[in-house]
Design a protein around this ligand. Structure first.
Ligand SMILES: *Cc1c(COP(=O)(O)O)cnc(C)c1O
Length: 388
């Protein structure tokens, strides 16, 4: 098959299948063995070596989706993030990351890096000077996350890779929020692409996994450390992730579409003060998002009017579930101030633009009318109560 020209849905459905030579079944069989016959030292097969048949097959699918030569699958997004960063950062090195960062990555950096003698700086904003002003002699890596959580700010990927080339740095992106459906960082020169596959790749809130994609050379370097740190994913879950990814494009496109409609509906609601969604023309980074993304994701956040009590509103929802995680086929919602960003001080939250009235919504694949009805009913319930 001339696989080079396959479209994204065909890649999701077919690339990297494990062929069922025995029964000619239509889907990949699961090879559960943790012990394989010795062939030679270069091809020792073992789950922690990331090279079982199912692991190798799914890695090919992910590499192709990210337009990269190679990929690895991990036991969690954080296993992918930590292994990748530690593969390129050694004692005395320095890394630049955005201040607004996924909580787990932030904790990894501030709680662990000093033990390894790795230095770091946080870029306060998302502009070129925010990043370039942090470059020092020992800087090795720029790590970005775009769109950001929860305000959906966009970092210019071309600007980041240009900066990195000028200074001889490696670039890494956490591409989880965008998913491979909406953003291909390789197109803009980013070296290494990381995913929490727990989110859009898994898509059903029942898998914890991670992935990293890059050049053969970079992935080999990550693998050298990965096999020692031991963050591989069980073949049962590899198989389930492969199954989930077959429908990833269909799911994510439906979520993009729903989120755009929801963002527009919320924007016009009298009890909503602000909506943060890069697909809205009013979003400060809309033009940039349009340039480097194919869709604006199923993620958005919005501020309830001060007259609305946040907990009461969340409790009044029937269909949309309160949940810490995101990107499943079901719509979920959370208050960043009370959950993901609860450990920050009120001042620090204010500095990052996260108010107590802010809610983050992960839009699912339900009918948009049902989601809107759920919100409308909750608004009615909490405002009625005020009148009684
Ligand atoms: C969830 C998440 C992670 C961490 O992934 P786990 O699978 O929970 O380890 C990293 N980055 C982003 C943006 C995430 O949303």
């Amino acid at each position: 098959m001339k696989s080079k020209s396959l479209g994204i849905n065909s890649i999701c459905t077919h690339v990297g299948e494990v062929e069922d030579k025995q029964f000619k079944g239509a889907v990949s069989p699961i090879f559960t063995a943790s012990s394989y016959a010795y062939e030679d030292v270069a091809v020792k097969r073992y789950p922690r070596y990331f090279n079982t048949p199912n692991q190798e097959a799914l890695s090919k699918k992910i590499a192709r989706l990210e337009k990269c030569e190679s990929a690895l699958i991990f036991g969690s997004g954080m296993a992918a993030v930590s292994t990748t960063m530690l593969a390129f950062l050694h004692k005395g090195d320095h890394v630049i990351l955005p201040q607004t960062l996924y909580g787990g990555t932030y904790n990894l950096v501030v709680e662990e890096f000093h033990k390894f003698g790795i230095d770091y700086s946080f870029a306060e904003g998302f502009s070129e000077t925010d990043f370039s002003s942090k470059i020092q002699e020992n800087t090795k890596v720029i790590f970005v996350e775009t769109p950001s959580n929860p305000l959906m700010k966009i970092t210019d990927l071309k600007m980041i890779s240009r900066l990195a080339i000028q200074h001889g740095l490696i670039t890494m992106i956490d591409n989880t929020f965008a998913s491979p459906v909406n953003q291909t960082p390789k197109d803009f020169g980013i070296d290494i692409i990381i995913h929490s596959a727990t989110k859009y790749m898994g898509g059903h809130s029942d898998i914890c996994a991670g992935a990293v994609a890059g050049s053969e050379e970079h992935i080999k370097k990550i693998w050298n450390l990965a096999k020692n740190l031991g963050g591989s994913l069980s073949d049962y879950t590899v198989w389930l992730l492969e199954r989930s990814m077959k429908t990833m494009v269909l799911r994510v496109k439906a979520q993009n579409k729903n989120a755009k409609k929801m963002a527009n509906w919320l924007k016009n609601h009298r009890l909503v003060n602000k909506v943060y969604y890069p697909g809205l023309k009013s979003h400060p980074n809309h033009q940039l998002a349009k340039k480097q993304m194919r869709g604006y994701t199923g993620m958005l956040s919005f501020e309830l009017d001060n007259s609305i009590e946040v907990d009461g509103f969340l409790n009044a929802l029937q269909l949309i579930k309160p949940s810490m995680s995101l990107a499943g086929v079901e719509s979920t919602i959370l208050s960043p101030a009370k959950t993901s960003h609860a450990l920050l001080s009120t001042e620090e939250r204010q500095k990052q633009g996260i108010s107590d009235q802010l809610l983050r919504l992960s839009v699912g694949i339900e009918e948009i009318e049902d989601l809107i009805d759920d919100f409308e009913a909750a608004f009615n319930k909490v405002t009625d109560k005020d009148l009684v």
